[in-house]
Ligand binder design. Structure first.
Ligand code: FE2
Ligand code: FE2
Length: 376
């Protein structure tokens, strides 16, 4: 059903409100979830949510729907059926929730007034999915106003936790791993880097919601999705090699560094400039090492991680400089002593790569000195 008399502004308003509420509810759940599999699933749904919101923000439901005529008209109905299960009472799954949110995107692209209904259904499905791990009252949708165009609001989300959840079972003492042990390297990649990065990107949006521009909100949502995908790829390799998550201790350094940030600019400086930015090239180093050992599957994984990291740093630097303005150099100097991550040694240091993501010549020199001081 295409509604020719449905006001696209109201469609946009209601649907975007519901989707942004859903995105933040998912971010909150990511920070509280304990099971790594669940975190990966949530990052996947966050990715779908960002895609739907981009369809709104980029004006895909603009004045000319003909450009989306390729969307089959029965898609929305079909996805709705998937979302509620075959018999209407099946328990929702993460895959169904993603299908439902994809349905919102399709509805938006075809000017279908059911986008709002589907987005509301997605929130309800999400509340059902989150179950006990998340206090259900926080997911309540309150309908405000009356008339044919309902407006929705979501009650207050709980605060960002002091420490994000980890695996449900209590970690045992760290294994006595030799330096460079592959399983400990992969575990560290997951729990020292990828999961914390997804959590930090989610947490900074919740913590600094008041000052968060929409473009950055979506970029960080996309990054949360990608960090979850990185964790998923590394977890697969870790398990294929016989690794067990319970055999290692999680590391909270990146999360604890995030807590130091007192503003969005400081937090971007910590995570994107001094964290992922300084560490840029580290995934190339891992890929090369795996290549040398003949582990081409792992080489491919680290190369795909590196491709995403380049954009994370480029976007992060760009927004850090925009938000920090004239304070940028002062903030970098103040925070560097506390949280800077060691840059990789040559040949992976990559001055040209650093230039391409937006580091200045003096910043690259500083990072080079730091890198060299570590190999002395
Ligand atoms: Fe990553
Ligand atoms: Fe990243």
């Amino acid at each position: 059903m295409h509604s020719s008399n449905y006001d696209p502004h109201i469609l946009r308003h209601n649907t975007s409100f519901l989707l942004f509420s859903l995105l933040n509810a998912l971010r909150t759940e990511l920070l509280h979830a304990k099971q790594p599999e669940r975190k990966i699933d949530i990052c996947g749904v966050i990715g779908a949510c960002v895609t739907a919101l981009e369809a709104l923000v980029e004006g895909l439901c603009g004045p000319d729907p003909r450009m989306f005529a390729y969307c089959p008209s029965d898609d929305v109905q079909r996805l709705r059926k998937i979302a509620v299960g075959q018999n209407g009472s099946d328990t929702i799954s993460f895959a169904n929730l993603i299908a439902l949110i994809d349905g919102v995107t399709t509805a938006l692209q075809t000017h279908d007034a059911r986008a709002t209904t589907l987005a509301r259904r997605a929130i309800e499905a999400c509340a059902q999915l989150l179950g006990l791990a998340y206090p259900a009252p926080n997911m309540d949708i309150v309908q405000v106003g009356s008339g044919s165009e309902p407006q929705f609001t979501l009650v207050q989300l709980p605060p960002v936790p002091i420490r994000p959840g980890r695996h449900a079972s209590k970690p045992v003492a760290k294994l006595n791993c030799q330096e460079g042990d592959l399983l400990s390297q992969l575990f560290s990649q997951m729990f020292t880097i990828e999961f914390p990065a997804s959590e930090v990107c989610a947490a900074m949006c919740l913590k600094f919601q008041e000052e968060l521009p929409i473009e950055l909100d979506l970029l960080l949502g996309q990054q949360t999705y990608e960090e979850g995908r990185h964790a998923m790829l590394v977890k697969g390799a870790f398990e294929r090699l016989g690794g067990s998550i319970e055999d290692f201790d999680p590391c909270f350094d990146i999360w604890d560094n995030f807590l130091i940030g007192k503003s969005l600019a400081e937090t971007l400086c910590i995570e994107h400039f001094l964290g992922e930015g300084y560490a840029l090239g580290g995934d190339y180093m891992m890929a090369d090492q795996q290549h040398g050992l003949g582990r081409y599957d792992l080489e491919a994984i680290f190369l795909s991680l590196q491709a995403d990291e380049i954009l994370h740093v480029k976007n992060g630097l760009d927004w850090f400089r925009r938000l920090a303005g004239e304070d940028a150099q002062y903030l970098i100097a103040r925070l560097e002593q506390q949280v800077a991550v060691p840059p990789p040694p040559e040949p992976w240091f990559g001055a040209d790569l650093r230039r391409s993501v937006g580091f200045t010549e003096s910043e690259i020199r500083q990072q080079k000195l730091f890198s060299q001081s570590l190999s002395l």
